[in-house]
Ligand binder design. Structure first.
Ligand SMILES: O=C(CO)[C@@H](O)[C@H](O)COP(=O)(O)O
Length: 241
């Protein structure tokens, strides 16, 4: 261990431990992982720290106390177990993408099958336009344990609307404003990788025109769901005005 959680960050660390522990349970719930093969992390608000799971520990053991806290160089700051083997990759993303608050990695089956062939998933579904704003890109081949994976993620996603990259021969890494958003992207990438794979078995999926992708993306990112402006919806008078 190289440091200590500063006093001002202790409450935020405790809250982030809880969030990250709960979100790890979503990975098996959505069928995205086997055994211990996936990880979630989230930045600690107000500190240069993030919370991630310990390496090789089964999901039912991942309580808040079991989580580990690392600095943005991937050094262990708080926790009793060795951090995830993908800690360096998560740390690299946090150092180079300040807007990212959560990172997820899985080896979910269909997304990883596309990664094994190094083929981007083409944007042939409205759900893809909504969530990814285009194709889901392929990142380079990279060895596990140093900055290589993180560099590949950042190089691929920095100028992309996609919150997901399929690292060649490895699997999906997803990013989000927080860990929940990154988990959502991990769920979505597996779903669309599966659907497009099935569509391919049946024939040639039809592309969506660029301007239609842009329009779908803008609506989903800005209007879909319960934003402040549309939570209540228009009144009947407004609707018929
Ligand atoms: O790809 C790898 C390692 O080969 C990892 O993604 C593991 O599948 C999960 O590792 P831990 O987070 O448990 O270290």
């Amino acid at each position: 261990m190289t440091g200590q959680v500063p006093a001002h960050a202790r409450d935020a660390v405790a809250r982030t431990r809880e969030v990250v522990a709960l979100l790890h349970a979503e990975l098996p719930r959505w069928g995205l992982v086997v055994w211990t093969a996936g990880n979630v992390s989230q930045r600690v608000p107000g500190a240069d720290l993030f919370v991630i799971k310990p390496s090789g520990v089964t999901y039912d053991e991942l309580t808040p106390d079991a989580m580990v806290v690392c600095d943005l160089d991937g050094n262990l700051v708080d926790g009793t177990r060795a951090p995830s083997s993908d800690t360096a990759a998560h740390a690299y993303v946090y150092r180079h993408m300040p807007e990212v608050g959560g990172v997820v990695h899985t080896h979910s089956t269909y997304a990883t099958a596309w990664a094994a062939r190094a083929e981007p998933v083409p944007c042939v579904l409205t759900m893809m336009a909504d969530e990814f704003g285009g194709d889901i890109p392929i990142g380079p081949f990279a060895l596990i344990g140093d900055d290589s994976i993180g560099r590949g993620i950042v190089e691929t996603l920095r100028d992309s609307r996609s919150p997901a990259v399929l690292m060649r021969n490895h699997g999906p890494f997803t990013i989000g404003r927080d860990a929940k958003a990154a988990v959502k992207a991990a769920v979505m990438v597996e779903e669309v990788a599966r659907t497009v794979h099935i569509a391919r078995q049946l024939g040639d999926p039809l592309p969506i025109a660029r301007d239609q992708i842009d329009s779908l993306y803008a609506r989903y990112q800005n209007v879909y769901g319960q934003s402040e402006t549309n939570a209540a919806g228009p009144t009947p008078e407004e609707k018929h005005a």
